[in-house]
Design a protein around this ligand. Structure first.
Ligand code: AHR
Length: 660
């Protein structure tokens, strides 16, 4: 009897389950025929800032830290293990630094005195080591002044932590004046934490400067170029713009320490080394050895934008130092040099080579203009002081370059007094694009998928210039968990649905060195050899490579899908690729049946469903499992006007239907 009762209950349960499964099927309608608005080609871009060793030690492939002895402690990064500067005993050798003058950039060089042949060595530790790959070639260059010709050979070796030699070359310094020398090393093993050791043959004095080692295999094989694996990840995103050089780094803690683009162009060895503001910004993650060599300067940023097919978007200081630090202000009557920097930058990027700054660009190897269209005034500034300064910039830029699009800012928070004041004032000024920043919880992102639904359609456009979901874990890479990425995807359907207002968007920060990071989460993680994309990266990539050209509607019972039943959706068509693209995010722990009715065009055949999914919200990617959470593809049938899908729990789904 009892058995029968349980059986009946189970059967009833299954029937009810089936009933609810059918009842829960979500019916959606996509209106293919009607374009709501154009999707801007800049919709999904990237934000670059030299934080977390993103430039020196990261994207910039230089392997020698403090190559020109310009850090505040000029021998930082260099060790002389068998030499004690403080000992009165006779040394085998000793390196000290000499400053030529206070008035020139890169004034320091290193004087090495070798007293005997007892094995004096000087070692560079790299950026938390140097990554070398078996059989790969590395280009060495240095400047040397071999005073009396006494030093016969400079021997340069890769070594591991046991001082095993992993590659070697040498230079015969022939000149008693400063001379450039080059040579090449081949690594005989792969090692993530190699160092460079320099030893000498002969005794006497030699001066050294700009000691540099780059992999030969760089992005586009450019000499002294960028790390290929990292740029490849960026290139795969097909970003619509590249914002540079930050972030707070633009502002500086004081005005003297602001980012000055003019100091970052021209010959690399003449660019002034600068302390990086992130060096001590995070008290719990200090990095006293974090400096900016500006090996990647504004020219390199423009070139990278061009390589990526991305609009360059430089952000400049507006005469206000970081308001979280000193908040130092350039007085209004002393704002001219700041404004001039902006005007000169436009000349550098766009003008003919017979202009002073156009000539600098030409001399660096790019006579053609970079076609700069956007320029940002200030980063996270707020208050009356910002608006006052913004007005001056706007007038000067528009007077000379009426077509230049100016990006203004609404401060560091996505709501509150600073934000409201900034927006109100910028609206009055008919500002074109306003930058908003939000680092918030995953819940916030899910709840804010409707954030832009009620923005003024006639007001300034939005640049969601820095955002990331910050989950409640504090563990560097683990902060890039699936819950955060999934919530960003849900939110991004809201960005896309509002593409008439939202013109540019970017996740931030972009990347972090696993041994030298300050700020997490980040879109990419790298060590000295490898790099990988986080789940957040794959979300960004899915949106940016499927951005489409025209926004179309996707609705349930006539309303946008913004979290009802934990589902979010947006839809576009791509008139170039002839595709209809539907993005569906399921943030629930249950799978969901959806039936999509396609109105306005009859589509048949097979469609592609790309899915990014993980059943564990705390899961993520890692160096060991870089593609643990990454997209997979399957074919689904389009039946005339309908497609039925079963959306996996916790999934981001991109359905691509060819429309011929
Ligand atoms: O992305 C990291 C920092 O966050 C940026 O430098 C700044 O603009 C924001 O506060």
């Amino acid at each position: 009897m009892r058995y029968n009762f349980i059986t009946k209950i189970t059967v009833l349960g299954l029937l009810l389950n089936g009933f609810f499964a059918i009842a829960q099927k979500t019916n959606l309608e996509v209106d293919i025929a009607k374009t709501i608005t154009k999707i801007q080609p800049t919709m999904y871009g990237i934000f670059f800032e030299d934080i977390n060793f993103a430039a020196d030690g990261g994207l910039y492939a230089e392997m020698i830290k403090n190559r020109s002895f310009e850090f505040e402690l000029p021998l930082m990064g260099w060790q002389q293990p068998n030499s004690d500067r403080h000992s009165m005993n006779k040394q085998s050798g000793i390196a000290t630094t000499i400053k030529l003058s206070e008035n020139i950039t890169n004034a320091n060089f290193c004087r090495v005195i070798i007293n005997d042949d007892n094995g004096y060595e000087i070692i560079n530790e790299g950026f938390r080591g140097m990554g070398i790959k078996k059989d790969a070639r590395y280009n060495l260059s240095l400047k040397a002044e071999n005073h009396d010709g006494a030093i016969k050979k400079i021997i340069v070796q890769f070594i591991d932590k046991n001082k095993k030699v992993l590659g070697e070359t040498s230079i015969a310094p022939t000149s008693s004046d400063w001379e450039n020398y080059t040579a090449q090393l081949t690594a005989i093993e792969t090692e993530a934490k190699a160092q460079i050791r320099i030893t000498f043959e002969g005794t006497g004095t030699i001066d050294l400067d700009m000691i540099s080692v780059f992999p030969e295999d760089t992005w586009k094989n450019r000499k002294k170029g960028l790390r290929k694996d990292i740029v490849q990840l960026l290139d795969d995103m097909k970003p619509g713009f590249l914002r540079f050089p930050g972030g707070c780094i633009v502002e500086g803690r004081t005005l003297a320490k602001r980012y000055q683009w003019k100091k970052t162009v021209g010959p690399v060895e003449d660019r002034e080394t600068f302390v990086n503001r992130w060096n001590s910004e995070m008290a719990d993650r200090p990095a006293p050895d974090y400096f900016q060599s500006f090996g990647i300067g504004f020219y390199e940023y423009f070139l990278l934008s061009e390589d990526l097919g991305a609009e360059p978007l430089p952000i400049l200081s507006c005469g206000m130092a970081c308001q979280f630090n000193t908040g130092e202000l350039a007085p209004m009557e002393e704002l001219d040099p700041y404004v001039q920097d902006a005007l000169d930058l436009i000349e550098f990027a766009n003008a003919t080579v017979d202009t002073p700054w156009g000539k600098v660009r030409r001399d660096m190897g790019h006579p053609e203009p970079f076609n700069l269209k956007y320029i940002g005034v200030g980063n996270e500034q707020w208050g009356v002081d910002y608006i006052e300064r913004y007005k001056v910039f706007e007038k000067a830029i528009k007077d000379k370059y009426p077509n230049m699009i100016i990006v203004s800012g609404s401060g560091p928070f996505p709501e509150g007094d600073y934000f409201d004041y900034g927006w109100e004032e910028l609206k009055k000024l008919n500002a074109e694009i306003v930058d908003e920043h939000y680092y918030k919880s995953p819940e916030w992102f899910r709840e804010n998928a409707t954030r832009y639904d009620n923005y003024d359609r006639n007001g300034p456009k939005v640049f969601a210039g820095e955002y990331a979901a910050h989950p409640k874990v504090e563990n560097g890479p683990k902060e890039n968990n699936w819950e955060a990425a999934l919530s960003e995807a849900a939110f991004m359907t809201g960005l896309e649905r509002n593409a008439d207002v939202v013109h540019l968007t970017a996740y931030a920060p972009l990347m972090a060195h696993i041994d030298a990071w300050h700020w997490a989460p980040d879109l990419l993680w790298f060590d000295n050899l490898k790099s990988y994309g986080t789940p957040n990266y794959y979300v960004q990539k899915l949106f940016s490579t499927n951005s489409g050209t025209d926004l179309i509607s996707i609705t349930k019972d006539g309303a946008a899908l913004t979290g009802q039943e934990e589902l979010y959706a947006s839809a576009v068509k791509d008139s170039d690729k002839k595709e209809v693209i539907v993005k569906l995010v399921n943030t629930s722990a249950m799978s969901k049946e959806v039936r999509i009715q396609l109105n306005g065009q009859r589509l048949t055949g097979n469609a592609t469903l790309v899915t990014l999914q993980n059943s564990d919200l705390t899961g993520g990617n890692s160096f060991e499992f870089p593609e643990n959470i990454s997209p997979s593809e399957e074919k689904v049938k389009v039946d005339g006007r309908n497609v039925s899908l079963k959306l996996a729990p916790y999934s981001v789904n991109v359905l691509k239907i060819k429309s011929r």
